[in-house]
Design a protein around this ligand. Structure first.
Ligand code: DC
Length: 197
């Protein structure tokens, strides 16, 4: 396939977006962009977040502390700044429309970055299930992990610019009671149907 084909995957923290995105990209040979990593890299860089977003480098994206709880919180805080979002927009749009197909996961891919995406998925799960999954990854105090997830949800859904919400035409996958295999199968079925359409 040489034309563009975009799979937009949005949803709250630890819902399974990353795992599903990687599996869909591998299955169809699409490029994959974890857009949360862009905001995490801006958040942990320090200094002026707008300047950090405008000057983001491959080294910033290769830092090994991007997956920490602190990086997630820092990302969510800089992500409310419209100038930070604007600085990251063109790169994400170009990535989305590259020849050969692309999967992008984040919070605003189907609503703002790529409203014309051929497939839009909204991957979600209860806050408790998501916090438990995050706790298995990072350990520590489980109550604190749940509070962190809830705080980040509130900020990501409540901000004025590009808040987290499903696009009107997004297909929802609730992974609270689904195995990861079943969630991946649901996503792949959706992409397959759109490719035949
Ligand atoms: O998906 P993640 O947990 O790596 O995202 C970290 C934070 O970055 C998230 O809490 C909000 C922000 N983000 C965003 O505002 N828009 C995106 N497309 C991706 C992430």
């Amino acid at each position: 396939m040489t034309q563009a084909f975009t799979v937009a995957i949005d949803g709250p923290a630890a819902a399974g977006k990353g795992t599903i995105s990687r599996a869909v990209a591998a299955r169809f040979g699409f490029a994959h962009l974890d857009t949360g990593a862009l905001y995490r890299a801006v958040g942990v860089k320090g200094g002026d977040p707008v300047a950090a977003a405008q000057g983001l480098t491959p080294e910033d994206l290769a830092r090994d502390d991007l997956r920490s709880l602190e990086a997630g919180q820092a990302a969510s805080r800089v992500a409310v700044i419209p100038e930070v979002r604007a600085a990251l927009l063109a790169f994400q749009r170009r990535f989305a429309r590259q020849p050969g197909g692309a999967v992008l996961d984040g919070r605003d891919i189907g609503t703002v970055i790529c409203p014309e995406a051929e497939v839009k998925l909204y991957v979600t799960a209860s806050a408790e299930v998501r916090a438990h999954r995050r706790w298995l990854e990072v350990g520590g105090d489980a109550a604190r992990v749940l509070a962190e997830v809830q705080e980040r949800d509130a900020r990501d859904m409540g901000r004025a610019d590009a808040p987290l919400r499903p696009a009107p035409d997004a297909f929802e996958i609730d992974t609270s009671d689904l195995s990861i295999e079943a969630a991946i199968a649901a996503a792949i079925a959706r992409v397959e149907a759109a490719r035949k359409a």
